[in-house]
Ligand binder design. Structure first.
Ligand SMILES: Cc1cc2nc3c(=O)[nH]c(=O)nc-3n(C[C@H](O)[C@H](O)[C@H](O)COP(=O)(O)O)c2cc1C
Length: 171
């Protein structure tokens, strides 16, 4: 099985979760490609908010990778103002493959329920594009920059197990 883990991360939290997911997938025998998505502009907090108000799709440094050769695509992003961070618009707009891919979504956030609306927005958009979303999960960061992520390796392991059991059963 081949999986792509594609993510945007402004301050490293989503990147860390992506790495944990990739490690766990590899230990389960999955061939993994890890693909960070980077924007041309660097955003401070004020420019993040401006991006969200403008419903922007910021320019990416590199095109979105081709997802067509993968059995599973893990797509990860931070939550900004209850929504997927604006670079997610650029990622979704840059997907070239026709529908029919399987996605697992992961969102990182500062509030315990912060991921829910954002996951549901991305799920709807992928389904409209003809893809399937097999699972979605939020990973809590906590608001203080240096605060450790609670139980993230364990949560990442549980999430991968959930996704793989559904996928291998063909659910
Ligand atoms: C502009 C901005 C808006 C945010 N809005 C929310 C929010 O509505 N709900 C929430 O739970 N967390 C919110 N957060 C916290 C981030 O989602 C969280 O810190 C995330 O893990 C950062 O991911 P990153 O380090 O990969 O960039 C916000 C952060 C920023 C910078």
């Amino acid at each position: 099985m081949k999986a792509l883990v594609i993510f945007y991360s402004r301050t490293g939290t989503t990147e860390r979760v992506a790495g944990l997911l990739a490690d766990r997938l590899r230990s389960d025998g999955v061939e993994v490609t890890l693909e960070p998505v980077r924007t041309e502009a660097k955003f401070g907090i004020v420019s993040c908010i401006r991006q969200m108000m403008a419903k922007a799709s910021p320019a990416l440094i590199q095109p979105v990778p081709d997802i067509s050769g993968y059995d599973l695509v893990f797509l990860g992003f931070p939550v900004w103002a209850d929504m997927p961070a604006s670079p997610v618009n650029s990622i979704l707009g840059g997907l070239k493959a026709p529908g029919g891919r399987r996605f697992a979504l992961f969102a990182t956030c500062g509030l315990s329920e912060g991921h829910k609306a954002a996951l549901s927005i991305v799920t709807s958009r992928l389904v409209e594009m003809g893809h399937e979303v097999v699972a979605g999960r939020g990973f809590l960061r906590g608001f203080l920059r240096k605060q450790p992520l609670p139980a993230t390796a364990e949560a990442a392991g549980e999430f991968v197990a959930e996704v793989l059991s559904g996928t291998r059963l063909g659910c």
